[in-house]
Design a protein around this ligand. Structure first.
Ligand code: GTP
Ligand code: MG
Length: 195
């Protein structure tokens, strides 16, 4: 039987930007207005692309980790990143830009690491008079070598592009294969209160 190649994709972004909703819309094609997605860290799906077996794992950073920087173990072991922001919140957009600059600094230091980055403008169903102009985001994206995709987890709009991700990744050698560090659930201190 043929080997399966696993690619890891980390979803990181501001609080309530739709990280968990993106994962559930992608894997289960559903959406929930309430917060019932909390607690699920990862989901995976297998594909066959050009006769190769590929497994795509999404890792969702939980809201209680919202003030923490992305741990280096996530960065060095991820083949791709989804960075969502809320199209109806300018502070969400400012936060995502800061997070992306931080990721880029680390990737530049780790000179060999060149992940695929998807900047996601989420909640497009709520956008009537756009608060964050497409041209503004596009000029940021052009300077940073990443894809910009507008989606709505509520309606599923834009997800056809996200479903191309396994094809984008299938051209790469996965990061974790040569590394000993693995993505795992974050360790919790039993004496500490998490949000
Ligand atoms: N209208 C609309 N609401 C959305 C959309 N995506 C997410 N939401 C809502 O926004 C809220 C936050 O979504 P989550 O998926 O929990 O966001 P998150 O980034 O995982 O949140 P934290 O983990 O708490 O930081 C929830 O109430 C969702 O129902 C969307 O595309 N449209
Ligand atoms: Mg979440």
């Amino acid at each position: 039987m043929q080997n399966t190649t696993t690619y890891k994709l980390c979803i990181h972004g501001p609080w309530r930007s739709g990280k968990s909703s993106i994962m559930f819309r992608y894997f289960q094609n559903n959406f929930s207005e309430d917060n019932r997605y909390t607690g699920v860290d990862s989901m995976a799906k297998e594909y066959t692309i050009n006769d190769r077996n590929i497994k795509l794992e999404f890792w969702d950073r939980q809201s209680c980790e919202r003030f923490r920087a992305l741990p280096l173990s996530y960065i060095v072991n991820s083949d791709a990143f989804i960075f969502p922001f809320d199209l109806t919140s300018y502070s969400s957009y400012k936060d995502i830009k800061a997070m992306l600059e931080e990721l880029q600094d680390i990737c530049n230091r780790e000179a060999y690491h060149n992940p695929i980055v998807y900047l996601i403008g989420n909640k497009s169903d709520l956008e009537q008079d756009p608060l964050i102009k497409d041209e503004e985001v596009q000029s940021f994206v052009d300077g940073h070598k990443m894809y910009y995709i507008k989606v709505s987890c509520k309606t599923g709009n834009g997800f056809e592009r996200l479903h191309q991700i396994p094809y984008d990744l299938s051209h790469l050698t996965p990061r974790h294969q040569s590394k000993s560090i693995k993505l795992t659930k974050p360790k919790r201190d039993p004496n500490k209160i998490y949000c």
